[in-house]
Each structure stands twice: as C-alpha cells, then as structure tokens.
Design a protein around this ligand. Structure first.
Ligand code: CP
Length: 336
C-alpha cells in the first residue's frame, strides 16, 4: 500500500488530486480481483475503524464493515444513541478520543447545514483519517463507486462521455444533495460531459456549482444545466435519475432558522413534479446503448420504473452498489 496516503482524510474527492484518485482506482480494481479470486488481502490486520451513523444505511454500512473484516481489521457500527453524542458530546471530543483508540473514524451525518461541518470538525482534531460516509454536501465513497462502474462499462477513456444527472420524483424522504453534487464535481475532472436537469425549486448548492465549473474547466469535460428532463435525456449514454430535496433553494442560515416552513414548502413543490420519472418513454430519447445508474435505494416507480431498473441491458445499479465494497476497501487500506 502507498504509505503517502496514511492519515489522509477522505471527506471530498476535491481534496485529492487526480493522480491520487487514479491510485485509488488501481487499488480498487486490484482488490476487486483479489475478492473474486479469494486471494487473501489482509492489509489492515487488527486495525479498528469507528463508524458513526446519524442516518440509516444499507450499502455504506455493510461495504465498510465487510471491507474491514476482509482487510483483517474490525469496524465498530455506532449510532449517536449508543454514544454520548445524544447527551451533547461534541465532534471534537469524540474525534480525539476515538482516534486515540483506533486507526480511523468514518461518519454519516446528512443534516443540512450541519453534517459537513461536523465531519470537518472531527478531521481537525482526529489523529487518524476521517472518512465521510455521506454528509449534506458530499458522498465521496459513492462518487468513487460510480466512476469505477463507468470505467468498467465504458473504458478508462471517458472524454466526451455523455452523462445526465436528473432530479426525479420520490415520496420517501428528502434525500440529501450530496450524491449529485459529488458527481458534478468529480465526473468532469475525467473529461465527462455532464448535463444536470432539475425543476427550478430543486437546484444544487450555488457554491458547489461554482466549484464544479472550475473542475470542468480544468478537467476538459462539460457541465450544462436545464429545467427540462426530456432535453437532458436526449443522446445521453448514462442517465442517473435520482431525487434530492429542495435544500439548494434556500440559504443555509435561512433554512436552519425556518426549518419547518422550508420543509413544508419543499413538500408542496415536490408534488408538482410527479411526471419526473425515468420510464420507457423518456429512456427512448437517450442513446441506444444507454445505461441506468442510481446510488440506491431507489424509489421504485417514482424515480424509475421497475421495467427500466430491472432491465439487465440498461441497468448497472447493482454493479455500482457492489463497487462500494471495493472502493471503500481501497480508501481504508490506503489511508489507515
Ligand atoms: N448509496 C448509499 O449510500 O446507500 P446507503 O444509504 O444504503 O448506504
């Protein structure tokens, strides 16, 4: 393992150079091969990862815990109610203490205006690497798995690949902005042409859009925004129809001071856009070989129909989910 990464935090790919990320991808592919060949790869014997989940998780929790076991270590599966966090212990104290007892801290905290700050506070005080398992701004492990899956299906030269990240209707819960934001920051660094579609009340955060534009200039990709889902699907080689909450419509402080009112408005805006679904009609506007990606969990028959999600010629969502294991292991093995 490359010792240069030991102790490096993983909160956003934006703090990792492309050369560094390329090493992460090489490591992920190597670990995937070893996993399939049942070759031992005990790179973290007896090491401990503390995982703190403020929210539910299937893929993230299990990829990290299984990953630590496969690397020879152990992951603690923690929630705030199992710790003194619910009694008010702050991120700083939690980070100092856990980093003196183990080798890495991973945390999911998606509360809007709070989660990323919490992660950064832990990173400031932890002596060991801090990894984001998703916050209100970024979902870096998902970004890695997404790009690894794109490489597997479209090859390593992704220059000019047309990817559409589209808002879609869902009635489960207000999903964070972090998945589409990570995608628009990361994909253009690999020359990918990204089109983002969303209703006007469901924008991404202004600051992230500005950052993504800079990444696009540097990476040679393209980044386009539209309020028309059909237009965004035309000619797309990959479509990512996914719901996100209307958080980007509000200034963070305004949202935090008027949370109930904003949530009510988001709910009423949501109901106007039930037609934003990836179905048999709209998929026909895309490229003939189009692939469907989705971080999952999907809100079936709201975001995307069963017909598309379960079509093996189109859907690569389960490859994407599996790659959470291999990319998660790569980051842990390289940084811990
Ligand atoms: N994609 C993803 O992060 O899934 P979970 O919420 O199940 O971890």
């Amino acid at each position: 393992m490359n010792p240069n990464f030991k102790g490096k935090h993983f909160i956003t790919e934006d703090n990792w150079t492309k050369d560094e990320l390329d090493i992460v991808f090489e490591t992920s592919f190597d670990l995937k091969k070893k996993f399939y060949n049942e070759e031992p790869h005990l790179y973290l014997p007896h090491k401990t990862l503390f995982m703190i989940f403020f929210e539910q998780s299937t893929r993230t929790r299990n990829s990290m815990e299984a990953g630590m076991t496969q690397l020879g270590g152990h992951a603690h599966d923690l929630t705030p109610d199992k710790m003194q966090i619910t009694h008010g212990e702050v991120a700083k104290d939690t980070a100092i203490i856990l980093s003196r007892m183990g080798h890495g801290i991973a945390c999911r905290n998606c509360f809007y205006g709070i989660g990323n700050k919490y992660l950064n506070e832990m990173a400031e005080y932890s002596k060991k690497p801090v990894m984001s398992l998703q916050d209100d701004v970024y979902h870096p492990f998902q970004g890695l798995a997404d790009l690894m899956t794109i490489f597997e299906h479209f090859g390593r030269n992704t220059k000019g690949l047309k990817v559409t990240v589209s808002w879609a209707y869902a009635d489960t819960h207000s999903k964070p902005l972090s998945v589409p934001q990570t995608q628009i920051l990361l994909f253009p660094r690999y020359g990918i042409d990204v089109t983002v579609a969303h209703p006007k009340e469901f924008p991404l955060s202004k600051g992230i859009i500005e950052k993504a534009k800079k990444n696009t200039e540097a990476g040679g990709g393209r980044l386009k925004f539209t309020n028309n889902m059909d237009e965004a699907f035309e000619g797309a080689q990959i479509v990512v129809p996914k719901n996100w909450g209307g958080f980007g419509y509000y200034d963070v402080n305004h949202y935090l001071n008027n949370e109930d009112e904003c949530k009510k408005e988001m709910r009423s805006n949501l109901e106007k856009y039930k037609s934003w679904i990836c179905d048999d009609r709209i998929i026909k506007l895309a490229d003939k070989g189009v692939k469907l990606m989705h971080a999952l969990p999907a809100d079936r028959n709201n975001e995307v129909t069963d017909e598309i999600l379960d079509n093996p010629d189109i859907s690569i969502v389960f490859d994407e989910a599996e790659n959470r294991l291999h990319t998660g292991k790569a980051i842990m093995a390289l940084t811990m």
